[in-house]
Ligand binder design. Structure first.
Ligand SMILES: [Zn+2]
Length: 267
């Protein structure tokens, strides 16, 4: 489903599972993430714009990059730390897509199963240009500033659109952040996320909303303070979460205000 969320900006919602976004400038358009590869996202994009396209990945998890096979003739930008996720065994083919619709789609398993693409397109290997922190993607009278925001993955990037006052934050900041367990069970990733949240808070006079990778796309930026309170509390030892299993999430979870952080996650 396609919804306009701001001037020349659309949410491309892949069956309620994951969001991609199209941001059009005067000269070029940027597709931020590609969905899991369950839909013909290329045709959807081409109905909205005929301008030259670039693909920007917030991170390389397969639900955000599984549609890349539609764009191998298009410049793709990603942060290089996230290449390892794919090469170390993260599936990006139909085995992943089947697992994804079965674990995420609640009531509509058969309907979603029918969306698995033919030919088992795999997106493990693709050519990309590395995203530098602070790099500007100039779309013509509209720019996206690339901000390295590690935490959810080492190579996570957010895109600041100062003109439309939006921060596309992917899974870096959303309604339920997930951090995987460290081998030594430490809070290393919580510290990394904490630094990222401070970096985002420093930019917060430049945007009004976060635009996120799952669910309703606009998120109030006040959630950033709730997350900072959580990460500060965990790092100082004044707060701690409890182990929980809910849907596909398994790990320690802590909730505060509108924020929910899953850390030490095993899946
Ligand atoms: Zn993710």
């Amino acid at each position: 489903m396609i919804s306009k969320i701001s001037e020349n900006t659309w949410q491309i919602d892949e069956f309620g599972l994951v969001n991609a976004f199209l941001a059009e400038g005067e000269d070029k358009a940027a597709l931020i993430d590609t969905g899991a590869g369950l839909s013909d996202i290329r045709s959807a994009v081409r109905k909205l714009t005929d301008k030259p396209l670039e693909v920007l990945l917030t991170h390389s998890h397969s639900d955000h990059s599984g549609g890349l096979y539609h764009f191998y003739d298009t410049p793709i930008h990603m942060r290089s730390e996230d290449e390892g996720l794919r090469l170390w065994g993260m599936r990006t083919d139909n085995e992943f897509r089947r697992m994804y619709v079965r674990t995420r789609g609640k009531e509509r398993k058969e309907e979603l199963d029918a969306l698995i693409p033919e030919g088992n397109p795999d997106c493990t290997y693709f050519k990309y240009e590395n995203i530098e922190d602070g790099m500007i993607i100039d779309l013509g009278s509209r720019a996206l500033k690339c901000i390295h925001t590690p935490g959810h993955t080492d190579g996570s990037v957010s895109f600041l659109d100062e003109k439309n006052r939006l921060l596309f934050s992917g899974d870096t900041v959303n309604r339920s952040i997930i951090l995987m367990r460290e081998e030594d069970n430490s809070l290393k990733k919580v510290r990394v996320l904490h630094d990222t949240l401070l970096k985002i808070r420093n930019l917060s006079s430049s945007f009004d909303y976060l635009v996120i990778g799952h669910g309703s796309p606009r998120l109030e930026k006040s959630i950033i303070s709730d997350y900072i309170e959580i990460t500060e509390g965990l790092l100082s030892g004044s707060l701690s979460g409890e182990y929980e299993e809910r849907g596909f999430r398994k790990g320690d979870v802590i909730r505060l205000g509108s924020a929910e952080l899953w850390y030490r996650c095993d899946s």
